[in-house]
Design a protein around this ligand. Structure first.
Ligand code: NOJ
Length: 565
């Protein structure tokens, strides 16, 4: 047995009031697709509040809610027109307060999304910037530049935006503004003190309303070096600065911003938490996750990992080490609103490109749906047994696959249009949830949903799975309940000498998790089985299955030496 943690871990007695996030199960709600209370086809706050009992029964510790702010929906709400209000199509501030009260009443915390790299082009400050002259203080809050060419008719650089197309938009008179994402998402200028001040006001606004934490969107992009001469796209890609730093991603100065935010978070009792969405190399993650910064950072490494024991173990080992060294806990993610759902990724043959599969409408290559779900459940059980926090995405508790055949006319993600139809985008994981087996939108609302739901949704609905002990919903509920009962200090010890394709570890308190990533059966270890991700035999764990085992009591006390069976 090898202990992978070579850095100090948080003591078991860490104050759960302030350290709750360290080993939390956080459930992501994409509010427009969760539950629609008024039948307009869009999910809303009242719909979410009405479904808090579902989340309580599931057993999650916190909800992370994607943007619910006023937005033109150029990027699913990540184009925010007013960071301190609720989109009228989603609800009101009073309904927000009711949601907080309902969640807190059920013992569930609330994390909201903060989008600090850009605003919507409908934000009043951006409207003011457009109305003002080049070089004015209003324009200084964003990134405006004179274009190239005699009359500024060419963009300042050849940079491309994340969703495709140029990263600059012309506003007339040879003036352009920068948008790393859609043109409707102008980038803030973080060198401007008003921008910094305004974001602190936003954070305090929600913290004062009882929000427990923040998920920080594109946390690595805010501060940029836009000094002249601006590099070309090729120079950028090559790492244009002598020290290897990028002009706008992961610059050291961004941590000054987060130190200021941390001071604000720590002025609350209990301190507010934050988790960075920072697509940076693993060794740079610690800076975002440090206690002087945001405190935690997403690790997306398993999204790209094959369903394979060695790969999962290596990723876990590295991330536990990095998180502990940062003074944080690790995060585990298999699905979110930006990626193909893991039940579908795991249904594809090894090495298949999920984006290309989406583009084929979900037919090429043909998915093995049963296998996808079997592996998804096994991987989820593996994750939920790990030290650290696990982020679940709405609908994964139903085993929802991606809706890969949405018609082009229904697609909302800017990726589709901006890539000229070469990338389908993220709508397939954002299709509104099925709550009941029948009804106009499977219980999502009283009318059709804003993205079309597939005809095969019925048997996957909450209502259809509710009373079936073999359902994915029942499995998630059991897993979360057992995790809560068994969870101890943030430690893990790998079991060695196992058959090829098997990964297993022990947690303090006499609890073992074993995942058979292979296809043939392996021997069931000793202990009392408290969870299995699928059917198991008396003595065998079938392929693509995870089991959790608790040590059998011996002589009236839990055996401390090891498995007894
Ligand atoms: C990351 C978010 O998760 C994604 O949905 C969004 O499109 C971009 N940031 C831009 O805000």
């Amino acid at each position: 047995m090898t202990d992978v943690l070579d850095s100090p871990t948080v003591p078991a007695a860490a104050d759960p009031r302030t350290a709750w996030w360290r080993q939390a199960v956080v459930y992501q709600v994409y509010p427009r697709s969760f539950a629609d209370s008024n039948g307009d086809g869009t999910g809303d706050l009242a719909g979410l509040t009405a479904r808090v009992p579902h989340l309580a029964r599931l057993g999650v510790d916190a909800v992370w809610m994607s943007p619910f702010y006023p937005s033109e929906l150029a990027d699913g709400g990540y184009d925010v027109a007013d960071h301190r209000d609720v989109d009228p199509r989603i609800g009101t501030l009073e309904q927000f307060d009711e949601l907080v009260a309902a969640l807190h009443g059920a013992g569930i915390r609330l994390v909201v999304d903060i989008v600090p790299n850009h605003s919507s082009d409908r934000h009043p400050w951006f409207r003011q910037a457009l109305a003002a002259a080049p070089g004015s203080p209003e324009r200084e809050r964003y990134v405006f530049r004179r274009g190239r060419g005699e009359h500024g008719e060419l963009p300042p650089t050849d940079w491309t935006a994340t969703f495709g197309g140029p990263a600059w938009e012309h506003v007339g008179g040879g003036e352009w503004y920068l948008h790393l994402f859609a043109p409707e998402q102008p980038d803030w200028n973080w060198a401007n003190p008003q921008v910094r001040e305004d974001h602190l006001l936003t954070l305090a606004f929600w913290a004062d309303r009882g929000v427990d934490g923040f998920r920080v969107d594109v946390a690595h992009a805010l501060t940029k070096d836009l000094s002249d001469p601006l590099p070309s796209a090729a120079e950028l890609a090559a790492g244009d600065l002598p020290d290897g730093a990028h002009r706008f991603f992961d610059r050291d100065e961004v941590h000054e911003v987060y130190r200021e935010w941390r001071a604000l978070f720590d002025s609350y009792d209990p301190p507010r938490t934050a988790v960075a969405e920072a697509w940076v190399p693993a060794h740079r993650r610690a800076r975002y996750a440090s206690p002087e910064g945001l405190g935690q950072a997403f690790n997306f490494d398993l999204l790209g990992s094959p369903f394979e024991a060695r790969s999962f173990r290596t990723t876990v080992e590295e991330n536990l080490r990095l998180a502990a060294a940062a003074g944080s806990s690790s995060t585990w993610v298999l699905s979110n609103h930006d990626v193909v759902r893991h039940a579908s990724r795991y249904a594809l043959p090894e090495g298949a490109d999920a984006e290309a599969w989406l583009l084929s409408g979900g037919t090429e290559p043909a998915p093995d749906t049963a296998r996808g779900l079997r592996r998804a459940r096994a991987a989820t059980a593996f994750l939920l047994a790990l030290p650290g926090s696990t982020y679940l995405y709405q609908g994964e508790e139903l085993g929802l696959p991606e809706v890969a055949d949405l018609p082009a006319a229904a697609l909302q993600d800017p990726t589709w249009l901006r890539s000229g139809g070469t990338r389908k985008g993220r709508d397939g994981c954002r299709v509104p949830l099925p709550w009941s087996a029948q009804g106009p939108s499977f219980g999502f609302g009283a009318g059709p949903a804003h993205l079309p739901q597939p005809s095969w949704y019925g048997p996957l609905a909450v209502e259809a799975q509710e009373d079936d002990p073999a359902s994915t919903l029942a499995f998630y509920r059991r897993a979360l309940a057992e995790r809560r009962r068994l969870q101890g200090p943030e430690e893990l010890t790998w079991l060695e000498g196992l058959p090829e394709g098997v990964a297993a570890f022990r947690r303090p308190g006499g609890w073992t998790c074993l995942t058979n990533f292979g296809t043939g059966p392996v021997a069931l270890p000793a202990g009392r089985v408290v969870l299995s991700s699928g059917p198991i035999g008396e003595t065998l764990v079938p392929g693509e299955t995870t089991v959790w085992l608790e040590d059998e009591p011996r002589g009236g006390r839990l055996d401390q030496e090891g498995p007894t069976r």
